[in-house]
Structure formats: structure tokens, C-alpha cells
Design a binder for this molecule. Structure first.
Ligand SMILES: Nc1ncnc2c1ncn2[C@@H]1O[C@H](COP(=O)(O)OP(=O)(O)OP(=O)(O)O)[C@@H](O)[C@H]1O
Ligand SMILES: [Mg+2]
Length: 338
């Protein structure tokens, strides 16, 4: 096997694999429902579509149904209702076809500690039925992409957590999937490794693959995803680009950190009635006012609070963050339930 150094070698065969016909979505999920025994509805009518070359993020708290959704797409769990199509192929009726088109990197890493990274990749290549003549080249390409070429002959027990995660990512793309599914790809990774995973996802997108990832991390969704679905209680609560999600909230906002956790009804009514305030939400000690002109509204808010003898800890204004959008849409912070 030849060792790869520096930037990943070009992989011209990767962009137009069978199943990647022009115009057809890489993934179509329609009305997906999954009930587990015992009456748990983990997924409750989820629909979304991913185009080739698009990175799509499922963003949601623990227990939202992200992994269950992904397991149905990866043909590991049978849906209760709804349809899943990968490059036009039905995941329930054509599971073998679908498995050949997608790569799946699970939330929990499962590697044999005693094998070397290279041995593990060779095993994966066989499992994914990569033609024998192409195995060495594909493995070299995958190792270069995750920057593990120089450690490939060491046993996995000598790898750090981040290296194991990167090896897992490499295994997921050996058969050049049209859709790569990454469940929490950066949980537990240091900043450096996280940035490497982000770079890796961007390279895949550039090669024309679609990527579906799940995350709890607003920054990750914001930085990496072309579109985001906010998932909570098994439902897609909102989806769009980060800019669209922010725009749905309102063009701008004033954020007030209050000294106390409550406001009386009079104060709330006064704030909601201020000129330029479109919506006024109180979440714990945080007061959020949607508006078109935050710079004009902020001093009015300060004055209205002062008129009631209320001294805020901080007043800020600007674009809503994805955290604000998440809070607005789901009624709780992403980490409340974590
Ligand atoms: N095999 C199972 N049997 C019964 N219930 C399950 C099973 N797997 C998951 N659940 C339940 O389904 C719901 C969704 O779980 P899921 O793992 O899909 O969430 P998630 O969004 O991936 O969460 P996390 O962010 O913690 O990974 C939870 O209530 C969970 O307890
Ligand atoms: Mg999960």
C-alpha cells in the first residue's frame, strides 16, 4: 500500500458514483415515525430532504430522536410509518442497495483495540465490499483525509480518543458513500480535532457527497451545516439555513439580563408595548425582545425598566444567536435537558 502525505489525493471516481443521478435528492425522509416497545414514540412525523453536496444537521437535546432517525436511515431500525429514500431507493424495500449508498459512523465508537488502524480499515473495506483491486488506494485516501497515514500500523489501543474517532470516520467513507451519516461526530473531541473533523466534512461536500450529522452544538450546526433541522420531542420544530432560522425569529433583538427572575405583569406589558418591540419573551432571568431596529429599542427598554426601579445586569442588542432561536422554538435551552 502506498502511504499518502499532505493533502488528500484527488478522488475523481467519488463524485459520480451510481445512484448520484443529477437532480435527485441524496436523501428524502417523509413522515417518519418510530415507536419503541413500551409506548415510546421516539420519532414523531419527521420529514426533510438533503441534496447531493449538502451538509444537513439535526440539532436537538438528549432524547430528541436524532439517533433513532439515523438508525432508520441506516436500515438498522424498521420505521413504524413513513418513507426513507436514499438516492431514490427505499430503505425498507431495498436495504442492501441503500446500505451500499451510505456510510454510517455511529455515536459510540466500536473498534477492536488489538487491531491496527490499517487492519481495521482493511476489514471495513471487505465488509463494505470494496473491490479488491481498489482497496489499497481507497484506504490510503481515507487515511490521508483523516490525517492518520503515519499512525496506521499501530494498534488502536495506542490511539487517543480523537484518533479513534477519526479512524471511525475513515471507515465510513471507504466505499465512497453518496450519503455519509455522522452521529455526534465531534462529541468529546478537543478543539483541534473538532476543527479537523469539520475540515473533513467540508472536503466530502466538495467531492459531492451529502452529509447528515447530528449535534448538540449550536456552533457546529452554524459553522458546518448548509441547512439545520431543530428537533425536539421527536418532531422537526423548524428547519432552514441558519440565516433563515434567525430571520424567522425577527431581524434583530434586544437581550436583557435581569437582576431578578421575574417581572410583574405591569412591567411585562410596558415592555411588550414599547415602540418597535415585536415580541417580548421572558426566560428565567433573560428577557428577549424581537425587533427590526435593536439600536433604537435598547435605550427604550433601559428607560422602561428604570421607570419601574429595575436595574438590569446587562443589556445587549444584535442578531439573534442560534441559541436564542432554539430557545424561542422549543421553549427551553438546548442544555436544560442534557
Ligand atoms: N432501543 C430503544 N428502546 C426503547 N426506547 C428507546 C430505544 N432507543 C431510544 N429510545 C428512546 O427514544 C427516545 C429518543 O432517543 P434517541 O437516542 O433517538 O435520542 P437522541 O436525540 O439521539 O439523544 P442523544 O442526544 O442523547 O443522543 C428517547 O426517549 C430514548 O429513551
Ligand atoms: Mg443520539
Amino acid at each position: 500500500m502506498s502511504e499518502s502525505r499532505g493533502p488528500a489525493p484527488a478522488d475523481p471516481g467519488g463524485a459520480q458514483a451510481p445512484g448520484g443521478a443529477g437532480g435527485q435528492p441524496a436523501l428524502e425522509v417523509q413522515g417518519l415515525v418510530k415507536d419503541y416497545p413500551g409506548g415510546v414514540r421516539a420519532v414523531d412525523g419527521v420529514s426533510f430532504t438533503i441534496a447531493p453536496g449538502e451538509v444537513f444537521a439535526l440539532l436537538g437535546p438528549n432524547g430528541a430522536g436524532k439517533t433513532t432517525t439515523i438508525k432508520v436511515l441506516a436500515t438498522l431500525v424498521r420505521p413504524t410509518a413513513g418513507t426513507v429514500r436514499v438516492c431514490g431507493h427505499d430503505a425498507v424495500r431495498e436495504p442492501d442497495r441503500v446500505r451500499a449508498l451510505l456510510g454510517y459512523v455511529p455515536q459510540e465508537v466500536a473498534l477492536d483495540r488489538h487491531m491496527t488502524g490499517l487492519e481495521h480499515l482493511e476489514l471495513s473495506a471487505r465488509l463494505y465490499r470494496v473491490p479488491a483491486a481498489e482497496r489499497a488506494g481507497r484506504i490510503a485516501h481515507a487515511l490521508a483525509l483523516v490525517s492518520l497515514a503515519d499512525r496506521a500500523r499501530e494498534p488502536i489501543k495506542r490511539y487517543s480518543g480523537g484518533m479513534k474517532k477519526r479512524l471511525d470516520l475513515a471507515c465510513g467513507l471507504l466505499h465512497r458513500p453518496r450519503l455519509l451519516i455522522l452521529d455526534e461526530p465531534t462529541v468529546g473531541l478537543d478543539l483541534q480535532t473538532r476543527l479537523e473533523v469539520w475540515r473533513f466534512v467540508r472536503e466530502l461536500r466538495r467531492d459531492g457527497a451529502a452529509v447528515l450529522l447530528t449535534t448538540h452544538d449550536m456552533d457546529e450546526a452554524d459553522e458546518l451545516a448548509d441547512r439545520i433541522a431543530i428537533v425536539d420531542h421527536g418532531k422537526v420544530q423548524a428547519q432552514g439555513t441558519a440565516a433563515e432560522l434567525r430571520a424567522g425569529f425577527g431581524g434583530a433583538m434586544v437581550k436583557v439580563e435581569l437582576g431578578q427572575a421575574d417581572l410583574d405583569d405591569g412591567a411585562r406589558a410596558a415592555l411588550a408595548g414599547l415602540e418597535g418591540a415585536r415580541r417580548c419573551e421572558l426566560r428565567g432571568r433573560k428577557l428577549l425582545l424581537a425587533t427590526d431596529d435593536a439600536a433604537a429599542l435598547a435605550p427604550r427598554v433601559a428607560a422602561a425598566l428604570a421607570a419601574r426601579g429595575l436595574v438590569p445586569r446587562a443589556i445587549g442588542f444584535g442578531q439573534p444567536s442560534l441559541d436564542d432561536v432554539f430557545l424561542e422554538i422549543t421553549g427551553h435551552a438546548l442544555r436544560d435537558e442534557a
